[in-house]
Design a protein around this ligand. Sequence first.
Ligand SMILES: [Zn+2]
Length: 390
Amino acid sequence: MPKSGPVSFSPERRALLAGAAAVSSQFFLGKSSFSAPSGSTLTDVEEPLDSFLRKIPKAELHVHFCGTLHKKTLERLASKYRVDESESIEKAFDRSGFNNVLTALKLASRLMAQPEDLRDAVYATQQEAADNGVRYREMFWNPSDQEEVGGIPYAAAQEGLVAGLADAERDFGIVGRLIPSIDRSGTPERALRMVEDVLANPSSYTLGIGMDYLEADGAPEHFWKAYRMAYSNGLRCTAHAGEDGAHPRNIDTCLSLLRCSRIDHGYTVLEDETLTQRCLEEGIVFNVAPSNSYYSEVLAGQDWSVVHPIRHMIDRGLKLSLGTDDPPLHFTDPGQAYISIVRDFGATLDDVRGIIGNSIDGCWAPEPDKAAWRAAWLQEFDEMRSTLPS
Ligand SMILES: [Zn+2]
């Protein structure tokens, strides 16, 4: 999820990125024949490469359910419930208005007033993801929004989502799992209640918990009780941290105190060398979003492909997985995320192969499934890669 409101970029961080950029640039220039940015003149390979990146098998671990609804879906829901939300919907999809994304998520929650709406929406996004090569997807959803904004209690909401995931798996072969997510702008007590709901309504589709919304509104340590209850009852844990330029201590707190097995975003990790070393040693997976709006804003006018933290995270050998966050609101999709990491961030196809493996490593599926996917998907990747024009 992106930040709302104005963003700033400290002189210290600019200097840090500029220094790293010099190393990064040299590193990438010698590394790949596919490092040209979007809009390059490599038209002879562009289409096969993009098609390849769209089709390769993928696991996606960072997408928000309410951020997957297309404009036409919101319009259809508004029509169904006979409410006029045309102005809000227009603003949500205004390309100059990333600040409206969080409002759009609430709007989506409000317009899905029945479990069948959740079922239909999750089915639609799973179909779209399957068309983009996604075989396995773990999806955030906010029970507090569905209950308090949409009027659907936890059990009924989970039932609707599971129905859509099951139907999509049957029809498109994509496996979908759920991550109930804490809205960190709410209270720690509300978060605790969410975990109680998760535990009172166990489902094989619900594997763990997450935490999202504005990082500045809720330091991770405020939610230690909710995370401790989740972890001690066998749920896996992840959290958004280090997203909007937030201090890297938030990443440390999520790993050390909240027992997160992976981190969503985590772009500021490189500002703390000790923490970076720890993440390298422990193989922590960072679920990054190439379409992240914060960096689109703060790096505007700069050489995005050289100064972006994602590029430096690749350079340092951190384990990245690619997510779409809120795909239609960020004007992206799972295939485009992979196209962007190559064309905009200069990743090589070996890097992409590594990202596929990282996504499997970081996911919460049973280990035997992960081992089977690792073998089969990477073999498929290699076979598809061998057909690309040289
Ligand atoms: Zn997110």
